[in-house]
Design a protein around this ligand. Sequence first.
Ligand code: ATP
Ligand code: MG
Length: 269
Amino acid sequence: MAGLVAEGVSLTYAGVGRDTVALDRLDLSVAEGEPVAVIGPSGCGKSTLLLLASGMLHPDAGSLRVGGEPVTGPRLATALILQDFGLLPWKTVFHNAALGLEVRHVPRAERLERVMTSLTRVGLAEFVDAYPGELSGGMRQRLAVARALALNADLLLMDEPLSALDALTREDLQDLLLELWRQRRHTCVLVTHSIEEAVFLGRRVLVLSPRPGRVAAVVDNPRMGEPGYRATQEFYERCVELRRLLAEEGALGALVGHETGRVDAGESA
Ligand SMILES: Nc1ncnc2c1ncn2[C@@H]1O[C@H](COP(=O)(O)OP(=O)(O)OP(=O)(O)O)[C@@H](O)[C@H]1O
Ligand SMILES: [Mg+2]
């Protein structure tokens, strides 16, 4: 049971001489086992939302629940993949993948088995003794996914996990994330700046408004996960719809520096 519900969530960062309202009375609900993508302009509070859902930050107002339980701090079965992967350069691939289990005091033998299973799953079994600095960007990303997998998480929170990758590696890892979700059916919240990635990996796509972020629109995407979906007319139409909604939010300009998911066939909407 790991659906995620946020009700009236607000968070303001106190700064020197200036406070920043990151989120203001945000509501959202992700069903158990549902993969949801979140897209919105830079600075609208997406990372803040994930930190709140993971229990690493606490809201000033409102509440968050996972599986019906209030989020009061980090939870054993919630995995968070951070924007910069959160890998420790001085630890080997094995120990980076084991980190979540180590801090949760999982016994050594079980740790070994779960970490090796996860690393094998993402194709890194041969690299257990390597250090992150010896890996390519795609491999580092797979390592971050392996760490989350080793936790057997029922809630997977991902903050732009694939944004640093070239297009082909990125599609490859999108396929991996989809396959893992198909097998495990965890609840999933993926923050992304890519329209196509959101439509590929989100059963629903939540569009956030500029800061302070609120859910401005929701795109239903019922065929997400079907084989060959990327090549269908339906996929293309969902991308166009999402692009239009982002434009309405004035968010396209604010996706500056990020891929905006412009679809080659031109502006049909
Ligand atoms: N630790 C912090 N201290 C002060 N302000 C912060 C802090 N973290 C974030 N902010 C501010 O809160 C707002 C929301 O930040 P957040 O990182 O959640 O945005 P985001 O939607 O994830 O942006 P991006 O798409 O660029 O990653 C921004 O205006 C940011 O400057
Ligand atoms: Mg962010």
